[in-house]
Ligand binder design. Structure first.
Ligand SMILES: Cc1cc2nc3c(=O)[nH]c(=O)nc-3n(C[C@H](O)[C@H](O)[C@H](O)COP(=O)(O)O)c2cc1C
Length: 181
C-alpha cells in the first residue's frame, strides 16, 4: 500500500484546513513543517508540501527544500495558499520565486495555488508591518494585466475575503491519487 504525507505551514488556519482536507481524501497524515523535521521523507511514495504565501514566498518551503534531493522531487506536489487574483501572471511569479533553487536539481513538482482567506483585523505585529510595505508592491503589480489585478488585490486586502473551499483541492487530489495508484 503506497503512502503519502502532507506537510504544511499555516499561520491563521487556511493552509492547515486545506492540508487536513487533502490528508482526509488520501487517508494519510498531515503534519506541520516543524513536526516534519522528525520524519524520514524516504518512507513516503508521495510528499505534499503546502505553505501560506507571504510576499510571494511559500512559507518555510525555502528551508524544506534543503532536504530535497532529485529522487524526492520526483514524488512531490507543492501548494501555496494566497489571496492574490488567480491569474497566469500571479502563478508565474509564485512559481519563479519559489522554484528558483530546486529547478537546478531536476524535475519540478506541480505547483497548485489555492485561494485562502484574509482578515485585515487579525493581521498585527510583524505581519501587519510587512503587509503595509507589501500592499504598495502588491497593489501596484508587475504583470501585464496589473490594473485589474491591482484592483482585486486592493479590495481583498482592504475588506478581507474568505475563498477557502474544499472543492479547490480537487485537481491536486486527482494528481496525488495517480502517484498512489
Ligand atoms: C504579511 C502577509 C503577506 C502576504 N502576502 C501575500 C502574497 O504575496 N500573495 C498572496 O496571494 N497572498 C498573500 N497574503 C495572504 C495570505 O497568503 C492568506 O491570507 C493565506 O490564506 C494565509 O494562510 P494561513 O491562513 O494558512 O495562515 C499575505 C498575508 C500576509 C499577512
Amino acid at each position: 500500500m503506497k503512502k503519502a504525507i502532507v506537510i504544511y505551514s499555516s499561520k491563521r488556519g487556511s493552509t492547515k484546513q486545506y492540508a487536513e482536507w487533502i490528508a482526509e481524501e488520501l487517508s494519510c497524515e498531515a503534519v506541520t513543517y516543524e513536526e516534519s523535521k522528525n520524519i524520514t521523507l524516504y518512507d513516503y511514495d508521495l510528499i505534499i508540501y503546502g505553505g501560506w504565501i507571504r510576499g510571494s514566498g511559500i512559507v518555510d518551503f525555502d528551508n524544506f527544500q534543503k532536504r530535497l534531493v532529485r529522487e524526492l522531487l520526483d514524488k512531490m506536489i507543492v501548494f501555496g495558499v494566497g489571496v492574490a487574483r488567480e491569474s497566469v501572471g500571479n502563478y508565474q511569479q509564485i512559481y519563479d520565486i519559489n522554484y528558483k533553487k530546486i529547478s537546478r536539481k531536476g524535475k519540478n513538482p506541480t505547483l497548485y495555488i489555492l485561494s485562502g482567506r484574509y482578515d485585515p483585523a487579525k493581521i498585527t505585529g510583524l505581519d501587519g508591518m510587512l503587509m503595509s510595505v507589501m500592499k504598495k508592491v502588491l497593489i501596484s503589480g508587475s504583470t501585464p494585466d496589473a490594473t485589474s489585478e491591482a484592483a482585486i488585490m486592493k479590495e481583498r486586502l482592504t475588506n478581507g475575503c474568505d475563498m477557502v473551499e474544499r472543492d479547490n483541492i480537487r485537481a491536486l487530489v486527482a494528481e496525488a491519487k495517480k502517484f498512489l495508484a
